[in-house]
Design a protein around this ligand. Structure first.
Ligand code: FE2
Length: 362
């Protein structure tokens, strides 16, 4: 062996990867570095590559000899799990010219077992996370169905006792959601507003029907009893595990901006925005509905009422959004009669408070 060849062999023996050369026609190994000898535990030169590397008595079906004959100058890179030594390799094959002039197969085998193990563990972790996410999604769906069933059951219970309050809750939910959308609140918050609105008067279930539907003015004691519906509702709903502050919204839906509301006389920033929205939607629906103690006062009058008390009893942004919703709705369906609109537009406060809104052509 000349000096140059000895130098190459020394260099190849110091590399932590397998290098060997084999005859492309008869599969005999012509050269192998120390890595190959160590990993396969034998001197492979002169032996068949499939016997040494794969412990087989015939050429491998995945043998790349044919491929590299076709790719010629281009190296062919592939990954392979060697079942004989239980290791992953990234393999580079290329045809090279051997010292006697024939074309031979050059193979560079870079072991990737550790990398593959990490990759496999990462994949398994990803799979585990995916499976956990799927389970979580299913649990959330079940919880949503459970929440929906709870709302439906409570509404049906109230419907049996007092159908006005049950349908009032649905109307308030629709208007509240429309206001919240108009105010561009996040989708998740709007879902909470809908649930709270659908249950906001649930506490009335504990109030005698003859007081709820009394066709005359209420006495102070009777009115105080009705006021208890917010606390009653809070006590019932706080036991349910919602992902929104439903009980608190219910408790606050009769609070007013100037502190004149009940049950705690909260002011402006102390009141949740969800409760402020419910307060406006509640007033609009209550005033425009017929009650045993008074006829329906109409949407126009209801609009005038909330505008009159904008920033005093009701949040001005909520009022603005509510009127915008009603105006848009009126444009489509003429929900506000001419007479009622006349009432609303004649109201001095409307022009003063929100010129933009009355500009709608209704
Ligand atoms: Fe209420």
């Amino acid at each position: 062996m000349n000096f140059e060849r000895i130098q190459y062999c020394t260099m190849f023996d110091s590399i932590n990867a397998g290098i060997y050369v084999s005859d492309i026609e008869n599969y005999k190994i012509l050269y192998a570095n120390k890595f190959i000898k160590d990993i396969y535990g034998r001197e492979p030169i002169g032996e068949l590559c499939y016997k040494v590397l794969h412990n087989k008595d015939y050429p491998c079906i995945f043998c790349t000899n044919q491929i590299i004959k076709e790719t010629k100058d281009k190296p062919y890179i592939w990954e392979h799990y060697n079942t004989f030594v239980n290791k992953y390799f990234e393999i580079t094959n290329k045809i090279i010219r051997w010292r006697d002039g024939r074309d031979v197969r050059f193979e560079y085998m870079c072991e990737m077992s550790k990398y593959k193990q990490v990759q496999t563990e990462l994949l398994m972790e990803k799979e585990a996370i995916k499976s956990l996410e799927a389970k979580l999604k299913k649990t959330n769906e079940k919880l949503q169905i459970l929440s929906q069933s709870t709302i439906t059951a409570l509404s049906e219970l109230l419907e049996q006792k007092d159908s006005y309050t049950a349908s009032h809750q649905t109307n308030v939910a629709n208007l509240s959601c429309a206001i919240a959308k108009e105010m561009k609140l996040p989708e998740e918050q709007i879902k909470g507003i809908k649930v709270a609105a659908l249950l906001h008067d649930i506490g009335k279930i504990a109030i005698p029907l003859d007081i709820l539907n009394k066709p005359r003015n209420l006495t102070d004691n009777e009115f105080n009893l009705i006021k208890e519906h917010v606390q009653n509702g809070f006590e019932v709903i706080k036991t349910l595990d919602f992902s929104w502050p439903i009980a608190k919204i219910i408790l606050q839906h009769h609070e007013r901006m100037n502190g004149s509301g009940y049950p705690n006389g909260l002011r402006n920033n102390e009141i949740l925005i969800e409760a402020k929205i419910l307060a406006v939607a509640d007033t609009i629906d209550a005033m425009s509905s017929h009650r045993p103690y008074r006829p329906a006062r109409g949407l126009g009058e209801a609009m005038a009422e909330v505008l009159k008390h904008s920033n005093v009893l009701y949040d001005s942004e909520v009022v603005k959004a509510c009127l915008s919703v009603l105006m848009k709705e009126n444009k489509k369906n003429k929900v506000i009669t001419q007479k009622n609109f006349q009432y609303a537009s004649n109201h001095s406060e409307i022009n003063k408070i929100n010129k933009n809104i009355v500009c709608y052509n209704i």
